[in-house]
Every structure is written in structure tokens, then in C-alpha cells.
Ligand binder design. Structure first.
Ligand code: FE2
Length: 454
């Protein structure tokens, strides 16, 4: 059954609109069926589209990319096809993916994606038709203008519909998905448009068979998308592993850095910062204490108060952190944020004693998130003090340790989301014990020597 209930309520309006508009267009272009339809030619482009759709690349933010733009643009420019009838049906049938055939998506998702391609192809056809009068045939500039117009119309509708649904489905802001996914592969996607036009030219002037040769550059284009996705995954995986390593060494509850990162990111978003900066703050939140790797365990794990020498050594961790991140091109932008995450608003912090707005905004956000997280989660040595008291402390020290506008932003945010908003960690469970726990356990039940051990 086509269960409306399985469509997330946030996305219903968008999904129903696309289903309605897409169906109307499919029916409109098919009634009456154009005369002299060459089914073989439609079949050819459908197969090429289908083969390329079978090689999807999963990009961050819930977006799936493939190189089907090229054959769809080719079908649009193929003068042997009765358009818009042909291109709309090629888009509808040819873009079916393996995951659709395996029913990995709900039916509405499968139909939505197909109709996204129908609407994109129809928009491109409409754009071509509306501008056809103004373009002189066979004039090279006119041809380029038509490729640009068709490409823009296709990509605009296609990406807006795909990103909007991903945004509503995952409750991720549109701008975030756009900046972390689309903006990085946009050049690759746009490059498929002229390639599609060239495929059509070759198919018309040389023959359909020659268009097959384009599968090679299209496969290479797909390879570059997949490399981008892999590199990004590797990068975030590494950063996350590093941050968990610090939590483990520090004796913090697992997920401390992860929660600091999420709280800092939520504050940054609440303050209306651009998505790129939010991502930087989140990464810096994950790695803010990375410099503790350079602090001796006897100081880091000391159950009693640190003496002045030990305090001085401990207070070097932001500097160590900055120097660990410095050599990496991707992590370099985080250096100032990590270096200054213990600067107090009144200038009494370390390492540089920066004051007020001289402290990077990201560092001012991280120090608030760090303090709030530490106060609201249980530690081995003490219980959480709860949201109310934690906010009380933050308010008490605003203007001294914390930037008042950031404390206010956090307060508003928690009012909106509730104090449990940051409790659940998204991290996969990893069973490790902190050094302190391990020492206690070994003291209690020493390891039994392995029979093979020398
Ligand atoms: Fe720190």
C-alpha cells in the first residue's frame, strides 16, 4: 500500500507536490503519444542512463549522486527523439537504481526520485523551448547559450528537489547539505552537461554506437565523486578517532569531545553563523583537547589538586594541540580555535591572555560548550550537577570567563530544545576503559599470565 504515514510529516508537502507535478507532466507529455516514436532510440538512451544509475555514489548529507545527467541532457539534445515525451520517460525509467529494485527505499522515495528527474528534464526542455527563438541556429555562441540554459534548468530543479528532501528527512539545514555536499561536487555535475550535449551530437552525426565511448569519461567522473566522498569520510573518521583517544586518556566519560562538538555546533547555528564556520567549530570542538596527548599521565590523571608547576604544564595543552594540528592542511583552520579555547573573556585565561572579541568566536563558543558539557554529565569522580545549576554557573561567570552573548545563546537553545537535547551520543559503542578504571581493575584482579607467554 502507498502508505502516506511512512512519509515524514515535515516532508509531506514537498513529496506530494513533486508527486503531483511529476505525474501531471508525465501524463501531459504522453497524451496523445507523439507519432513516429523510434522505440529503439528511446531504449538506447534508457539503457545508458540505467547503467550509469547503477553506479551511484553516496555523498555526505544523504545525497546520492550519479552521472545520469549526461545521457539525460544527451536525450534532450538528440534531434531524433520526440521531446519532451522521450526525455521525460527516459528520466523516469532509466534513473531507476539497484536500491530501488531491491526495495531498499520506501516506494514514495523511489517515485519521488524518478519524478525529480522527470521534472528536471522537463524544466531543461522548457528552458530550451522558451529561449529557442532568441538563439540563432548553428551560431556557436547560441549553442553554448543553449547548453548553459538547459544545464542550469536541469541542475537547478534536480539539486533543489534532492537537497530539500534530504534536508527535511534528516532535519539538517538546507545550507549545510548544500555546503558539505553539492558545493564540492558542483563542478563535476555541471561538467556533465556539455558532455551530454557532445554525446547527442556524436549520436546524431556518427551514430548511436559512438555515444557508448562516453561511458569512459563518465566512469571517470563518477570516480572523482567517489574519491571525494571517501576522502571526506576518512577525514571525519580520523578526527573522531583522535578525539575519542583523548577522552580515553583524559579519564573523561566517553563522548565528551563529541558532545562538546555538538553543543558548540548547535550554539554556532543558533547564532546564525555560516555553515562552513559551524563545521570548523564542530571539528575544533572534537579536537580542542588533542594537546593533552603531550601532557604526562601523572598530571592528567592526578586525583588531587595540581601544584603550580603541574598547572603550568597542564596549561600548555592548547599550545601542544595547535602544534599537532598545524602541519595538516585540512586541520590548519582549527589552530586558532584550539589554541585559544582556554582564554577567558576578561583576559585572565591562557595561553595568551586574550580579551573579549580578540578571542576567536569559535574558541569563545567552545569554552562555554566545554564547561556546560563537563557540568551536565557524570564523571567517574562526581555526578552531573544538572542543567539549571550549570546555567547558574555559566551566568555567574559570564563577562569573566564566558562571553555573555554565547551564554545567552546556549540558554535560548536549551529552552527551545530541552535540557536533554545533547545527552545521546551518536558515536558507535566502543568498549574501552579509561586508564584510571584499568588501574583500579588491575589492582583488584591482576591479569592471569597467558600459558604461552614467555
Ligand atoms: Fe582544554
Amino acid at each position: 500500500m502507498f502508505a502516506p504515514l511512512s512519509i515524514p510529516s515535515r516532508a509531506r508537502l514537498l513529496v506530494y507536490s513533486v508527486l503531483f507535478a511529476g505525474t501531471v507532466i508525465l501524463v501531459k507529455v504522453s497524451v496523445p503519444v507523439p507519432e513516429g516514436v523510434q522505440l529503439g532510440r528511446i531504449f538506447f538512451w534508457t539503457v545508458i542512463t540505467f547503467v550509469l544509475a547503477a553506479l551511484p555514489v553516496r555523498l555526505p548529507g544523504g545525497i546520492v549522486a550519479h552521472t545520469t545527467t549526461a545521457p539525460l541532457i544527451a536525450a534532450l539534445f538528440d534531434t531524433g527523439l520526440p521531446n519532451p515525451f522521450a526525455v521525460c520517460w527516459i528520466a523516469f525509467v532509466g534513473t531507476l537504481e539497484i536500491r530501488d529494485l531491491r526495495r531498499e527505499l520506501p516506494l514514495w522515495g523511489t517515485v519521488y526520485n524518478r519524478l525529480d528527474y522527470v521534472l528536471s528534464s522537463f524544466a531543461a526542455w522548457l528552458a530550451l523551448r522558451l529561449t529557442a527563438q532568441a538563439v540563432v541556429p548553428d551560431d556557436p555562441l547560441g549553442v553554448v547559450a543553449q547548453i548553459v540554459i538547459a544545464g542550469l534548468a536541469f541542475s537547478f530543479v534536480n539539486l533543489i528537489l534532492a537537497v530539500s528532501l534530504a534536508s527535511l528527512r534528516t532535519s539538517t539545514p538546507f545550507g549545510r547539505i548544500w555546503s558539505m555536499t553539492v558545493s564540492n561536487v558542483l563542478t563535476g555535475l555541471v561538467a556533465l552537461v556539455p558532455l551530454g550535449w557532445l554525446m547527442a551530437e556524436i549520436a546524431v552525426k556518427v551514430g548511436l554506437w559512438a555515444a557508448f565511448l562516453f561511458m569512459i569519461p563518465l566512469y571517470l567522473a563518477r570516480y572523482s565523486f567517489s574519491k571525494y566522498a571517501e576522502t571526506r569520510e576518512l577525514f571525519f573518521g580520523t578526527v573522531s578517532a583522535l578525539s575519542q583517544a583523548i577522552d580515553a586518556k583524559d579519564g573523561f566519560t566517553r563522548g565528551h569531545a563529541d558532545r562538546v562538538s555538538r553543543i558548540a555546533g548547535a550554539i554556532a547555528r543558533h547564532m546564525g553563523l555560516p555553515e562552513r564556520q559551524i563545521e570548523e567549530i564542530e571539528l575544533a570542538g572534537l579536537l580542542h583537547d588533542i594537546g593533552k596527548i603531550g601532557v604526562e599521565d601523572r598530571i592528567l590523571m592526578k586525583p588531587a589538586r595540581l601544584d603550580p608547576d603541574e598547572t603550568e604544564l597542564m596549561q600548555r595543552h592548547p599550545i601542544y594541540g595547535a602544534s599537532i594540528l598545524e602541519p595538516s592542511t585540512s586541520l590548519k583552520p582549527l589552530v586558532p580555535l584550539v589554541l585559544h579555547h582556554h582564554e577567558n573573556f576578561d583576559g585572565s585565561g591562557y595561553p595568551d591572555g586574550l580579551k573579549g572579541d580578540d578571542i576567536p568566536l569559535g574558541s569563545r563558543i567552545i569554552i562555554v560548550a566545554d564547561a556546560y558539557e563537563a557540568m551536565t554529565s557524570d564523571r567517574i569522580y562526581r555526578k552531573a550537577i544538572g542543567h539549571e545549576r550549570a546555567m547558574g554557573q555559566l551566568n555567574r561567570y559570564k563577562g569573566v570567563q564566558f562571553d555573555p552573548q554565547i551564554v545567552r545563546a546556549l540558554e535560548k537553545l536549551v529552552e527551545k530544545r530541552g535540557p536533554t537535547a545533547f545527552e545521546v551520543s551518536d558515536l558507535p559503542p566502543i568498549n574501552y576503559e579509561t586508564l584510571a578504571e584499568l588501574k583500579r581493575r588491575l589492582a583488584r584482579d591482576p591479569l592471569i599470565r597467558d600459558a604461552h607467554a614467555g
